[in-house]
Design a protein around this ligand. Structure first.
Ligand SMILES: Nc1ncnc2c1ncn2[C@@H]1O[C@H](COP(=O)(O)OP(=O)(O)O)[C@@H](O)[C@H]1O
Ligand SMILES: [Mg+2]
Length: 324
């Protein structure tokens, strides 16, 4: 049985007295030691899917409206907020694009790691501090015994990202969700951070869900990939299979496009138009207005999921199989 099994997950945003669906029946599973990639443009529902797994949607206007999230033998959607919190720091951890989401600017980084450790582990201050130095060393912060007393602003962006990874790995989680962890970093530092995550995974056996809008990052790091478009998985396969037999026109568009990350927009040159907003009503396949292959049927009928090879599924009426 997989460590994480997400089945028919549905998430909706409550706005103006109505519930607008934003994640529309997403299913995937992740095994221990596996890296599962979720890729798609901004606004496709990647972050909400990961926040739902982490139990971080509670109390917001966004909520789970259907489906299940099974983690390590437990149904998470049925747990109380308190039980979820206990699981969160100890068994699942999440890292974000912006390290300052996790790091508090007014505390020394060492104190923040010590705090995380002491929340979830029975450790003295001394033991936790020693462990924090080890963790900083593990994420390759130079002179960890000295840098442990730095404040976040005294570190570079890449180092802060490493500290956030150290905090996430502090309790040796079974699952790490990394939501665009390298998007804000330049290419060299990006590669170092991805290598670091792969290295930690091989030492600790952590399952990783890696979210990115960059198919290149996914290709290099993931065992399996799900391509998400407007709240649904458009195509999913093992990475090798996906790249040798790319079927969905959206996946092909992502491959041919160059994400622009140094602005707040991600402009994908190869796919005209943009992801529809959640309040736009669309009939048929959500991708049809942007799809070069679209025919009449695509405007009226939303394609069901179908298998094109072992473990390889798509949602498209017309994608030709085996013509990548
Ligand atoms: N708190 C919220 N309130 C209203 N709409 C939201 C909220 N969070 C996300 N959304 C909308 O849900 C959609 C999916 O968001 P998100 O999961 O963040 O996408 P991604 O991570 O793929 O960029 C977007 O259209 C976004 O505008
Ligand atoms: Mg996001």
């Amino acid at each position: 049985m997989a460590l994480l099994e997400v089945s028919n997950l549905e998430i909706a945003v409550a706005t103006g007295g109505q519930l607008l669906p934003v994640v529309r029946g997403v299913s995937f599973e992740v095994k221990a030691n596996e890296t599962f990639g979720i890729v798609g443009e901004s606004g496709c529902g990647k972050s909400l899917t990961s926040l739902a797994i982490m139990g971080l949607l509670e109390g917001s206007q966004v909520r789970i409206t259907g489906g299940s999230i099974h983690f390590d033998g437990r149904e998470l959607t049925a747990l109380s907020a308190e039980d979820r919190r206990a699981i969160m720091g100890a068994q699942m951890a999440m890292i974000f694009q912006e390290p300052m989401t996790s790091l508090n600017p007014v505390y020394r980084i060492g104190d923040q790691i010590v705090e995380t450790l002491r929340q979830h582990r029975d450790m003295s201050r001394r033991q936790a501090r020693d462990r924090a130095v080890e963790l900083l060393d593990l994420v390759r912060i130079p002179e960890p015994g000295r840098r442990i007393d730095s404040f976040p602003h005294q570190m570079s962006g890449g180092q802060r990202q490493r500290v956030m990874i150290a905090m996430a790995m502090a309790c040796d989680p079974k699952l790490l969700i990394a939501d665009e962890p390298t998007t804000a970093l330049d290419v060299t530092v990006q590669k170092e951070v991805l290598d670091l995550m792969a290295d930690l995974q091989s030492r600790m056996g952590t399952a990783i869900v890696l979210i990115s809008h960059d198919l290149g990052v996914i290709a290099e790091t993931c065992d399996k990939v799900a391509v998400m478009y407007r709240g649904k998985i458009a195509e999913s396969a093992a990475t090798g299979e996906l790249f040798s037999n790319m079927c969905h026109p959206y996946t092909r568009g992502l491959l041919n496009s160059i994400p622009v990350v140094d602005r707040d927009v991600e402009w994908l040159e190869a796919i005209p138009g943009r992801v529809p907003t959640i309040d736009e009503v669309l009939s048929g396949c959500a991708f049809h207005p942007r799809c070069a292959m679209a025919e009449a049927r695509c405007e009226s009928e939303d394609p069901d999921k179908r298998d094109v090879a072992t473990g390889h599924t798509i949602r498209c009426h017309f994608a030709e199989v085996g013509s990548a």
